[in-house]
Design a protein around this ligand. Structure first.
Ligand SMILES: [Fe+2]
Length: 355
């Protein structure tokens, strides 16, 4: 756990990764030397030119690695569930790309069965917090180290939350249209898929209001518009390739003819956490009927919003939601608490008037 000084609000922000569990026998560990070195290969120019800004593809050496064989993944999934059920999410049966995220998959006990039948079960599984297993943690750490070298940015100084998850999906399944508050390095380990990415800066695709609602915690704020599909850039991911997703670029994904396995290293960075506060304040200003200034237009206005939310933000966030939303949620609670007597007074007054 590392504490970082935030220049914008003078708060200490904490880089959090989960601690390894004790439930993984040491004899099962792959020595760190068994991790390909390097993991990322090829031309690194895009890492310097496009990181923090635009998507780009890259190549890697993880295809065929034993950590991504189905029996090993089944073991990982069951061990994660034993720690906390919510580490693993599972969906049996396909659903359309405009599916809302509220219809999220249910956790299942028998993930091994689902994984074993992934080729035909029309399912997908998301294994979260895989870094709880030391083997996958070593992988994640090496990827971040390589990304630091290729981008030329000391990412660990900027990262406020770091996590690695593995996605396993049956042929032809789709991941619905959504956007993320994290940046992602996605490594296609097995199979093929098409990644449809949209430009977050195109306001005909993504409005300020949608981003504001997203940062308030509304996962349903994005609406897939068929007429915008022509604006997507489609990346064809095959095993041994990867893609970088910048923060907030909306996307949806469709699997190819075989089952797929992919590793995602995702992280929050301080500059985007602070920008999220501006969007959060703007959400409420818009609700008041105002037309708020989008982030990046005025340093002064941005800083007022960032500092205001920062005053209420948790100094030691315990989860991803805390990192992004603890400040605005505390303000919301405070306003509700202060407003409660007023509402009660209005109710009483109305009753008196009626009687
Ligand atoms: Fe995503």
């Amino acid at each position: 756990m590392v504490f970082l000084e935030s220049s914008a609000n003078n708060q200490k922000m904490e880089v959090k990764t989960m601690s390894p569990m004790n439930s993984f026998p040491l004899e099962e560990s792959i020595a760190k030397s068994d991790i390909p070195n390097p993991i990322i290969k090829g031309d690194f120019l895009d890492f310097r030119k496009k990181f923090n800004n635009s998507p780009f593809m890259f190549s890697h050496n993880l295809a065929g690695h034993p950590l991504f064989e189905l029996p090993r993944l089944a073991k990982l999934a069951n061990t994660l569930i034993a720690d906390k059920e919510s580490h693993v999410m599972c969906k049996i049966g396909n659903f359309p790309i405009d599916q809302k995220w509220s219809v999220r998959p249910n956790k299942v006990e028998q993930v091994a069965v689902v994984i074993e039948n992934i080729e035909t079960s029309n399912s997908w599984l998301l294994l979260q917090d895989t870094q709880l297993d030391p083997e996958y943690k070593a992988l994640m750490e090496q990827i971040i180290t390589e990304a630091e070298n290729h981008t030329g940015i000391p990412l660990r100084k900027e990262i406020t939350w770091l996590e690695a998850f593995i996605f396993i999906a049956s042929p032809h399944t789709a991941t619905p249209y959504h956007m993320d508050s994290e940046q992602n390095f996605i490594f296609q380990i097995r199979g093929e898929k098409e990644d449809n990415l949209f430009d977050r800066r195109d306001r005909s695709v993504l409005t300020e209001s949608e981003i504001e609602r997203f940062y308030i915690g509304d996962r349903e704020c994005l609406n897939y518009q068929e007429e915008n599909q022509c604006k997507a850039t489609v990346y064809h991911l095959t095993q041994g390739t990867g893609i970088y997703h910048p923060v907030n670029d909306p996307h949806w994904v469709r699997n190819g003819n075989t089952y797929t396995v992919s590793l995602t290293v995702l992280f929050y960075m301080r500059q985007f956490d602070l920008r999220a506060r501006v969007y959060q304040v703007n959400h409420y200003l818009r609700k008041l009927g105002l037309n708020p200034t989008p982030p990046g237009k005025s340093v002064l206005i941005d800083n007022i919003k960032i500092h205001t939310v920062g005053l209420f933000s948790k100094q030691k966030p315990e989860n991803k939601n805390d990192v992004l939303r603890s400040g605005i949620e505390r303000i919301r609670s405070l306003v509700a608490w202060l407003g409660a007597p007023l509402k009660l007074g209005k109710k009483i007054f109305k009753k008196i008037e009626k009687s």
